[in-house]
Design a protein around this ligand. Structure first.
Ligand code: CP
Length: 370
């Protein structure tokens, strides 16, 4: 037996078993990781929405602005890809809960830049924080972090599990964005209960191969019983395995946005995530080149402006996770159907809800005592 097997030293940056860290929330979020929308069912999503409503009522109270729920609790938001909205709203959410928060952007100043182990970096962050938010370019980056942290807990090296919240994992998922989007839909369509999601039509428009917010959004929409319309490019269609998983929740697939605008309750528009395209010309394959050209043409055809919003039914809404590029024309900003700035605001109470629940201190159970 090798020395590595005897003392189970990690020799590569691979967690022992990624599947073991993606546990169903099953209405008990305390100290669990939030890595995928696949962990949540309808009741779980309802719990986050109810909690976000409680958080919003606190931060919109001018005499209050926040709650001293998590004093001395520390969040680190480690963003290994650029972010304006997610990392910043996560740290604001923590501070509104009375805790402290640090945003770490990129890893150029961490020991990883000195060639040290990524796995050890995640364990190091877990010794410094009570909860971690993590964004990575790798599809399973937050799972990897959760795996090495859990392993350190199981060996008795860390004295408690530090929940990992996925703040965007490569091309796979962005669950906190999806939860914030669902909260926005709940509010802006004036729902009284979670049941009202059932049968509402939501169109997702964009690069369905690479846009993580839409993957999580579709999984959440399916859990809530929404009818999903996929507006997609031949160059970047919905992956077959995700289409199969969503099953009958997908009611229609098309490349023609105008064909569906008149029948939807929610338009969820993504941007072209071409940061994943090769940076150097010599790294482009012919397939990537054609894909990029076709996608650029499709995004041009899908530009949503004031007039396109007018084709949508009365009372319907447009959401866009931001940051926007040219796919969302500035003329939408004076159309009340465009609720994407409200959507960004809603991320604060939703991320407060996520932090409070995963720290085991739900606002709904604690607010009366504070
Ligand atoms: N919506 C979103 O993920 O934005 P950032 O990339 O700015 O975090």
């Amino acid at each position: 037996m090798s020395a590595a097997e005897v003392i189970n030293i990690r020799t590569e940056d691979e967690p022992a078993d990624i599947s073991s860290v993606v546990q169903p929330i099953a209405r008990k979020a305390d100290s669990k990781h939030l890595l995928s929308m696949r962990q949540l069912d309808r009741d779980d999503i309802n719990d986050y929405i109810e909690e976000a409503r409680a958080a919003e009522s606190i931060i919109r109270n001018p005499g209050r602005s926040g709650i001293n729920l998590l004093p001395f609790i520390v969040l680190k938001a480690v963003m290994r890809q650029p972010s304006t909205r997610t990392g910043g709203s996560m740290t604001t959410a923590m501070e509104k809960l009375g805790g402290s928060a640090q945003l770490i952007s990129g890893m150029s100043s961490s020991s990883e830049a000195k060639g040290e182990s990524l796995a050890d970096s995640w364990v190091a962050f877990a010794t410094q924080a009570d909860i971690l938010g993590i964004r990575t370019a790798e599809d399973d980056g937050p799972e990897f972090a959760a795996g090495v942290i859990d392993e350190a807990v199981s060996r008795g090296q860390l004295w408690r599990r530090v929940p990992v919240i996925n703040l965007g994992s490569g091309k796979s998922e962005h669950p906190t964005q999806a939860l914030g989007d669902e909260y926005t839909i709940y509010k802006e369509l004036k729902f009284k209960s979670i049941d009202e999601f059932e049968g509402k039509k939501i169109a997702f428009v964009g690069d369905h191969e690479r846009y993580r917010a839409h993957h999580s959004g579709m999984l959440g929409a399916a859990a809530l019983g929404m009818d999903i319309i996929v507006v997609e490019s031949q160059a970047a269609p919905l992956p077959d395995d995700l289409a199969e998983e969503l099953g009958e929740s997908i009611v229609y697939r098309t490349g023609d946005l105008d064909e569906v605008l008149g029948q939807i309750d929610v338009l969820n528009l993504g941007r072209n995530p071409d940061e994943y395209s090769p940076k150097r010309l010599r790294d482009w394959s012919l397939r990537e080149w054609h894909r990029s050209k076709q996608l650029a043409r499709d995004f041009e055809d899908w530009i949503v402006d004031y007039d396109r919003l007018e084709q949508m039914p009365e009372g319907s809404i447009e959401i866009h996770p931001r940051p926007r590029r040219n796919e969302l024309h500035p003329s939408v900003d004076v159309n009340p159907k465009a609720v994407d700035v409200k959507q960004m605001q809603n991320m604060i109470p939703m991320r407060m809800a996520i932090i409070a629940r995963h720290m085991g201190r739900p606002i709904l159970q604690s607010a009366a005592r504070l």
